[in-house]
Design a protein around this ligand. Structure first.
Ligand code: PMP
Length: 395
């Protein structure tokens, strides 16, 4: 017999989840909406029989809920497996056509699902140019104005940064890009559900988003393609089915899409109330942590930010050690998507942080279920961990 760990051991403190930019829990309403489509309503939405038609109808309702929430029309929204696929699909869809324009412009703080395909395109001969950001993590408009030229095919600009929460001036960049005949792709993954998103105001031609960042399920996301763009502007990289206007063929993920639709309906219903509450929690957290650890720095805090995101540098305290010493907190060292990578965050380096400071930075992202007592526990836990780490390091 092996010794099994005791099942009765309980953590001393409740686990506090503060990593909502990595992912969110499914809202109970979302689970409720999805359940029938995981059991009795399992039909394939492409089947012509009654059950298939009910599935297809549920998908169209979700498309309506999502397009309404982002100010798009129903025909402009297509479903994918998530924002990584959406970002890749747009860049491939635009470049597979071997276009005349060969410059691709992206900000220096894009998510790897933009940065990595851009690197691949550069290896394939495209002229990929990065726009630098200010020390606050906001794109440098003058630099953008210099690099977006008449040879630019597409400009990629995220709506909000996953590590810092900084909001980017998408509309301003779109204006510059459009004047030079370039297309605009906005990775709206982090801004969706956290600040009002209107594709009309953003003036983007394409956008990518994901359900699991907005209290929906994992493995489902979307693409916005502005109507009126010539259909030939974007190739469909995959083959094998006619689903989603052939842009993304494959059996439709009915339960996931239904969950995404319900998640966006809730976002519309809860709207700014959630944002105000999250902002208050985040600001309270930052105030308390600064009182407790005076040399802490908040990155990007002078820029417009997502309401629930806080990026903290505690000089001299490696983020990996802070995480190991705060077992009651779910927080992130940089971006969860690049966790495990040994390299420090590209976003923080692009803002001008030193390698040491980048490695001493954690992201705390508040969500719908957090309370003031979570804020207090997080501050107390981090303060205790910093003391313990200083002792460990001086021993
Ligand atoms: N873009 C941004 C800005 C993100 O934060 C993420 C998720 N970390 C993605 C894209 C990828 O989203 P998904 O997990 O749906 O592939």
């Amino acid at each position: 017999m092996h010794d099994l760990p005791s099942m009765t051991t309980k953590p001393l403190k409740p686990l506090v989840y503060l990593d909502h930019n990595a992912t969110t829990p499914c809202a109970p309403e979302v689970v409720h909406a999805m359940l029938p489509f995981l059991s009795e309503e399992f039909g394939n939405a492409s089947s012509g029989h009654a059950m298939g038609r009910r599935g297809a109808k549920a998908v169209e309702l979700a498309r309506k809920q999502i397009s309404h929430a982002i100010g798009a029309s129903i025909g402009e929204v297509f479903f994918t497996s998530g924002a990584t696929e959406s970002n890749n699909l747009i860049l491939r869809g635009l470049t597979d056509l071997r276009p005349r324009r060969t410059r691709i412009v992206a900000t220096a703080v894009e998510h790897p699902s933009i940065r990595e395909p851009c690197r691949l395109l550069s290896e394939q001969g495209f002229d990929v140019v990065e726009i630098p950001v200010t020390p606050q993590g906001v794109v440098d408009i003058d630099a953008a104005d210099r690099v977006i030229n008449d040879n630019t095919l597409v400009v990629c600009i995220q709506g909000a940064n996953n590590e810092l929460g900084t909001l980017q001036p998408v509309g301003v960049l779109a204006d510059i890009a459009h004047k030079r005949g370039a297309l605009v792709h906005c990775d709206a993954t982090q801004m969706l559900g956290k600040v009002p998103v209107s594709l009309v105001n953003l003036d983007a031609d394409f956008a990518a988003f994901s359900a699991h960042k907005v209290y929906g399920p994992k493995g489902v996301g979307g693409i916005f393609v502005r109507s009126g763009l010539p259909r030939s502007a974007i190739a469909a990289p995959y083959r094998g089915g006619s689903q989603e206007g052939r842009l993304r063929p494959g059996t439709i993920n009915v339960p996931g899409i239904v969950g995404f639709g319900e998640a966006m309906r809730l976002v519309e219903e809860r709207g700014v109330d959630d944002s105000n509450r999250l902002r208050a929690l985040r600001d309270d957290f930052e105030q308390r942590i600064k009182q407790t650890i005076p040399d802490v720095k908040t990155n990007g805090s002078l820029a417009e930010r997502l309401p629930g995101t806080s990026s903290l540098t505690i000089p001299g305290i490696p983020a990996s050690m802070l995480l190991a010493n705060t077992p009651d907190l779910c927080i992130s060292d940089g971006s969860a998507c690049s966790s495990g990578a040994i390299e420090p965050s590209q976003v923080l380096l692009a803002m001008g942080l030193t390698r040491d400071d980048s490695e001493a930075t954690v992201r705390i992202s508040f969500g719908r279920n957090n309370t003031i007592s979570d804020v207090r526990q997080a501050v107390a836990s981090i303060a205790l961990a910093v003391k313990a780490i200083l002792i460990q390091m001086s021993a």
